[in-house]
Design a protein around this ligand. Sequence first.
Ligand code: FES
Length: 162
Amino acid sequence: MALVTAFRRLAQYSRRSVAVLSSPAVWHSNPRSFTSGIQPLRADNKVTVHFVNRDGEKVTVKGSPGDSLLDVVINEDLDFDGFGACEGTLACSTCHLIFDEDIYKQLGPITDEEMDMLDLAYGLTDTSRLGCQICLTKSLEGMVARVPESVADIRQSKDGSA
Ligand code: FES
């Protein structure tokens, strides 16, 4: 009986959604331009991040709130050799980044799993974190993230290939 009720509600919701979507009020003058009241991500909603590469080069990019710093590196096609080898699965420490102390304090709690991986990173500092675990917020606007001079990929060490 509960299942029948759930299906009825789903059907009612679907009909309502179709009615709302087909209403001219939700379409802009261009029928291909859907405006639901949700504002598209504008450039001013983005967060500016300054990366300092291994060679000291400063690269300034923007990312969306909620993106990890690994996402930003990938989306902006930044060429940090070996960065993000495990694609954010906390199985390497190649996304090791170093922050200024004031930014580091805003980065949120660190998990035991991240701490375990960080322990294996070369050049570990008191303000080190893994980029795949740091998500952008507006309060991090203008942050500086330094890429350490060298990386350690624990997965290669386990293989004995490095
Ligand atoms: S990308 Fe491997 S731990 Fe972050």
